[in-house]
Design a protein around this ligand. Sequence first.
Ligand SMILES: Cc1cc2nc3c(=O)[nH]c(=O)nc-3n(C[C@H](O)[C@H](O)[C@H](O)COP(=O)(O)OP(=O)(O)OC[C@H]3O[C@@H](n4cnc5c(N)ncnc54)[C@H](O)[C@@H]3O)c2cc1C
Length: 392
Amino acid sequence: MPSVAIIGGGAAGLTAAISAARLGADVTLLEVAPRVGKKILVTGNGRCNLTNTAIAPGAYNHPDFVEPTLGSCDDVRDFFGGLGLLTYADDEGRVYPVTNAANSVLDVLRLECARLGVVERCDFEVMGISAADGGFQVASRYGEAVMAGAVVVTTGGGDSLLPALGHGRVAQVPVLAPLKTDLAPIRGLSGVRVRCAASLLDDAGNPVATERGELLFRDYGVSGIMIFDLSRALERGRTLSIDFFPDIAPDAFATFMAERCSALSSRTAETFFDGMLQSRVAVAVLRAAGIDSKTPAAELPAEELASLLKGFRLAVTGRGDAAQAQVTRGGTSVAEFDPRTLESRLAPGVFAAGEVLDIDGRCGGFNLHWAWASGIVAGEGAARLAATGGGS
Ligand SMILES: Cc1cc2nc3c(=O)[nH]c(=O)nc-3n(C[C@H](O)[C@H](O)[C@H](O)COP(=O)(O)OP(=O)(O)OC[C@H]3O[C@@H](n4cnc5c(N)ncnc54)[C@H](O)[C@@H]3O)c2cc1C
């Protein structure tokens, strides 16, 4: 029987194993950890946000490369539906299992692997792939070897197997991470959540990326899904501008603020924002404007406050810890892979899928979607190639 070795038992490796085995290949799944799919369990805060209704190539760093294999949200939901997993989409298009438990996702993948006879070999750290007998030898750290007609590399971030075959690497940086910022303007705000819009501005003050949603102030800076998404554009902009009232145009907001100053003229600055802003945010805004809390509301600089609330600026000093990042940008360059099959052009018979390739997407199910979809395509390609006698 034609054989396929899958290196890495994560999201991409598990779908690659299933798709290859469904085409009749004899599949061995090699995983360095004692169990497969461990990372799946921590995704989506333990709920596993497995895809998104807005899946589109433009949500990824290399749209042209992902376009032929990405498929749609329904493709992934159908794939999992076929494994017995029921899913739902929340108001923002994020798709979760109805159990709201990531282990449901892993369980159905493992059950299907078992049904198809996929051989799982855990504690197997692959150290090298070499050509042998018209196929490949995949060697472990401890000298064990698995022979295969085709190989799929799905080792996630930080891979060295593909570079050893001649593939280029793109420097890795954590993306989809919280942002560290200047702390003085947000003193006292840690733990406060606001619904807002935020943009990253370039040196000329032009927005390079804008997101809406919930922002969470932290003791090191800012976090939240919208900030994770903005972090993908950090190389192009270093100033965060927060719009606390994104539904109102700047001119209309300035007029509103002027009217509020006269309507609430009996208040002082300290209470002026009551009913409009969370009190800790109000304190930060007054501090940024250099306004004393005893200032009568009628004397407040309405226009200045309006622009501060529509563009509260924070210098970004970097991304949060790599450990807090969900995805790594960089990895194996996609240039030497066929985007339709994900087969290496440098080492025919070797395929790659998932995060091992230099592909990253928005927050909200886009990265797991890429892992599942690319795993399925690479597994099918590997099975077909192995059936013709193998690569190398
Ligand atoms: C905290 C957190 C939450 C996340 N939440 C979401 C979410 O809700 N939705 C979403 O879309 N994305 C989410 N992501 C991103 C998502 O988890 C990744 O995009 C996805 O897991 C990538 O899958 P992969 O199979 O390519 O790589 P991985 O899941 O990293 O799997 C790679 C596997 O290969 C194994 N391996 C590595 N090297 C070797 C070797 N030499 N030999 C054998 N085995 C090896 C590893 O042990 C691992 O099991 C989250 C990430 C994190 C960290």
